[in-house]
Ligand binder design. Structure first.
Ligand SMILES: NC(=O)c1ccc[n+]([C@@H]2O[C@H](COP(=O)([O-])OP(=O)(O)OC[C@H]3O[C@@H](n4cnc5c(N)ncnc54)[C@H](OP(=O)(O)O)[C@@H]3O)[C@@H](O)[C@H]2O)c1
Length: 428
């Protein structure tokens, strides 16, 4: 048997993911060597605070000098688990330009600078692995880059954020209101003290941009993604959806249209209870990939957590090490910037609730507004209140700007007291 080739790893950051990564490498090095002929060894780990205890990590490997770690000729491959954007970008670029493959779990970095980093990796003929950056513990990037590399993908849609899925699951299953469900998520460590990035959809938008770039081969950055969060969703919205056979989920949806333009959106959507994404509960993630050949594929798993995330970082590290030894790399196809279609020009089905005066002719006037703007109604229900009525509409697919114009017209009708929640409806 030929002798194993050793690949020396420099790890940037040793927190939740970095610590799990170092532990997994220590535990799995022999198995990986038996399977691949490559011996992985962590030789240096950068942190901010040398005094902090790090379970299972040899303290003699720690350094605070990340730049020196990256340029150290004794480091063959760099694993980035420290987070951050500026500063981290420079370190990753320096590693790639020195011919060192990089594996990163950093969605914020890729949402801001992914195309630049993919190009740098390509130029240096080394891998950049980022499986853990989207839906952490779900092998999703690998299938998109390998098994589905020849597939004509039309849409990738999924639950990309575990925190918001936990909050919405609590609201759906326990009748909790938003504030209580958020406090519960914070107590369990699912949500940060400042939950903005999760609940306002920014975390999911970063992931959606990475998926769009990969699926369609065109650069989509985080800022290109139309983003709406869940912080305004109420127990009443959940109840309205439930009574009509839907659950509310925060979805990331990226799609390619016939003219080649790309839609990239994150929004809370009404999903039919029978749709597979409706069954994704708690803090789990799931991603639906649709393509001409495959029809539909769904991948499901843990969207966060030290070990699930680190497991994906290990997989990328093994692949990048094998390619380094073979002096090859796997490209991230990029045909240039995407034409991102504005959300107003994308078609969706919509749900809207209205409070109206309970008097003759109101329904006809409202129906007239829908008709004038070419929005057709799929279903309508009326709930009688004391002196007014609630009308709940679900439309067929309509261009968003037409639907918004309909609402403006409806709002101006004298009999309409208020326009309530508007939600897009998926998969019905
Ligand atoms: N946690 C998850 O479930 C998860 C899932 C998917 C992706 N990710 C991504 O993985 C990355 C790491 O997340 P994490 O949860 O492991 O973060 P974390 O627990 O906060 O760990 C970050 C680590 O990086 C070190 N660090 C930060 N800035 C540094 C700097 N300028 N120089 C040297 N070391 C520095 C910290 O050092 P000290 O320990 O000394 O403070 C810490 O060890 C992020 O990009 C995150 O988005 C995380």
């Amino acid at each position: 048997m030929s002798e194993a080739r050793e690949i020396r790893l420099g790890v940037l950051g040793c927190g939740t993911v970095g610590t799990s990564f170092c532990q997994l490498i220590a535990d799995q090095a022999e198995v990986i060597e038996a399977r691949t002929g490559i011996r992985l060894r962590v030789v240096s780990v950068s942190v901010r605070d040398l005094a902090k205890p790090r379970a299972g990590v040899d303290a003699s490997l720690l350094t605070t000098d990340s730049a020196a770690l990256v340029s150290d000729p004794g480091v063959d491959l760099v694993v980035e688990t420290m987070g951050g954007v500026e500063g981290t970008r420079e370190l990753v670029l320096a590693a790639l330009r020195a011919g060192k493959p990089v594996v990163t779990a950093n969605k914020a970095l890729l949402a801001a600078h992914g195309p630049e980093l993919y190009a740098a990796a390509d130029e240096a003929n080394v891998d950049i692995g980022f499986e853990a950056a989207v839906a952490a513990g779900i092998p999703l990037i690998g299938p998109l880059r390998e098994s589905l590399v020849g597939e004509d993908i039309s849409r990738v849609m999924g639950i990309l954020n575990g925190t918001t899925n936990y909050i919405l699951s609590q609201m759906t299953e326990k009748g909790a209101d938003y504030a209580d469900a958020l406090a519960d998520a914070q107590a369990l460590g699912y949500a940060e003290a400042d939950p903005t990035a999760d609940v306002e959809g920014h975390d999911a938008a970063a992931k959606a941009s990475i998926l769009a770039t990969l699926a369609f081969g065109r650069s989509v950055l985080g800022d290109d993604v139309h983003t709406e969060g869940i912080s305004k969703i109420t127990a009443e919205d959940i109840d309205d959806a439930d009574r009509r056979g839907f659950v509310i989920k925060l979805l990331g949806v990226v799609e390619r249209f016939d003219d080649g333009s790309i839609g990239a959106r994150v929004f809370p959507a009404m999903v039919p209870k029978l749709h597979p994404l409706a069954a994704v509960r708690d803090s789990f993630n799931a991603v639906f990939v649709e393509g001409v050949g495959i029809d539909q594929v769904m991948l499901y798993g843990r969207g966060a957590g030290g070990h699930p995330t680190a497991a994906m970082v290990v997989g990328d590290t093994v692949n990048a090490a094998m390619n380094l030894v073979a002096k090859t790399h796997r490209r991230v196809v990029n045909l240039g910037p995407a034409v991102v279609r504005p959300v107003e020009d994308i078609e969706s089905a919509f749900f809207v609730s209205l409070e109206v005066a309970d008097e003759p002719g109101v329904l006809a006037a409202i129906a007239n507004e829908f008709g004038e703007h070419m929005v057709s109604i799929s279903s309508m229900e009326q709930e009688d209140l004391e002196s007014t009525a609630r009308l709940l509409f679900i439309t067929h697919h309509a261009v968003e700007s037409n639907f918004r114009a309909t609402l403006t017209g409806i709002e101006a009708l004298p009999a309409v007291k208020s326009v309530g929640r508007v939600l897009r409806v998926i998969g019905s």
